[in-house]
Design a protein. Sequence first.
Length: 127
Amino acid sequence: MAPRSDTLARLRSRLQRKLSARRVLTELAARPAPEQRRIAADIGFGLSDLRRLAGSHLGPTELLPRRLRQLGLDPEFLKRASPASYRDLVRVCASCGAWRACRNDLARGNAQTGMDNYCRNSRRSTG
């Protein structure tokens, strides 16, 4: 059983992520529709993809770059060299429900398990 302080820290972190996502979605919704579409277009997403990304888990912003680094790829180079491909990776990652398994595997330094079993960005993945 996890110590009480660990449990409280995890709950606090989870609440902070949820509040942050809600704040981002609220700020986005407060903008006029044309501005929302412009923001989405500026970063190469459709409006529905932008909303999904804004309210998503930490996968696209934290786990995807970590997975890429563990696989020997530089996320910043990939973003610059192939922005459309990187946006696709982010979009798929944002819609994935296996982010907890991903986080745990990456914490153990095991990026390949996800690529073999659940990562939707892997061609070998069936999920």
